[in-house]
Design a protein around this ligand. Structure first.
Ligand SMILES: Cc1cc2nc3c(=O)[nH]c(=O)nc-3n(C[C@H](O)[C@H](O)[C@H](O)COP(=O)(O)O)c2cc1C
Length: 222
């Protein structure tokens, strides 16, 4: 099974977030998953310009690496979103990716896939950032398997590190098993149905403009 890990830290694989992300990836590969790690710092995903082309045509016209990354997301069984806490939210690099995913969100295009979120911070606010990223996993249509995050306790050192790393590794294994077993989460099912009704209604309302998304939902027959 194929998994994609996306790290939004400008420090890439040398950063704190990458330490925790690596542990999740270790758990995922030990369970049998094949993982590709993408550092947003090494590719270009520019901010959304609000042109609505994704809604109208299904493609983003900004000439950068987003469309290729989108295809990787659509081809995976599960994914990991990792970001440092930047002012109680994700990094600008990760936020740019979220905004560029607006078309995927309207189509709930990641339905049937599974997501995990990873965060590191200087001094806390971890749950706020993790909850936000988990919401984005849900908005993409995917099941949220969980998250792991922590503040730092020094230079590249986490508090209760062994325990934290064990949690991260276990979460990687859980992501693999969730995707393998096509797990459904009863506590997310209601919100999933409500979101689908909302997105279908929104796209229907905009059907004279958002042709691609209207036809996408028509094809689904939902
Ligand atoms: C622009 C910026 C904003 C930050 N905002 C916060 C914050 O609001 N709360 C916090 O606890 N840490 C904050 N930090 C600290 C980072 O979250 C922390 O150092 C993190 O572990 C960096 O991960 P990285 O090495 O993967 O980039 C901020 C750091 C930067 C550079």
């Amino acid at each position: 099974m194929k998994f994609l890990a996306i790290n939004g830290s400008p420090h890439g694989d040398r950063g704190n977030t990458a330490i925790l992300l690596d542990k999740v990836v270790d758990g995922l590969t030990a369970a049998g998953g094949s993982v590709e790690v993408v550092q947003l710092s090494k590719i270009t995903v520019n901010p959304c310009i609000g042109c609505d082309c994704c809604h109208k045509t299904g493609k983003c016209p900004i000439p950068d690496n987003f469309e290729a990354l989108k295809e990787q997301l659509l081809a995976c069984d599960g994914f990991i979103l990792a970001s440092p806490n930047y002012i109680m939210s994700v990094s600008a690099q990760m936020k740019a990716l979220f905004d560029r995913c607006c078309g995927l969100i309207h189509c709930l295009a990641m339905e049937g896939k599974y997501g995990v979120v990873v965060e590191s911070s200087g001094g806390g606010g971890d749950d706020q950032v993790l909850n936000y990223m988990e919401r984005v996993v849900g908005l993409l249509g995917a099941w949220s398997v969980g998250g792991v995050g922590s503040s730092m306790a020094g230079e590249r050192l986490f508090p209760n590190q062994d325990q934290l790393f064990a949690k991260a590794t276990a979460l990687g294994g859980e992501l693999y098993r969730a995707a393998l077993e096509k797990k459904e989460y009863a506590d997310q099912a209601g919100a999933k149905l409500a979101l689908a009704a909302y997105m279908r209604g929104l796209v229907d309302f905009m059907k004279d403009f958002w042709h691609y998304e209207y036809e996408y939902w028509q094809r689904l027959g939902k």
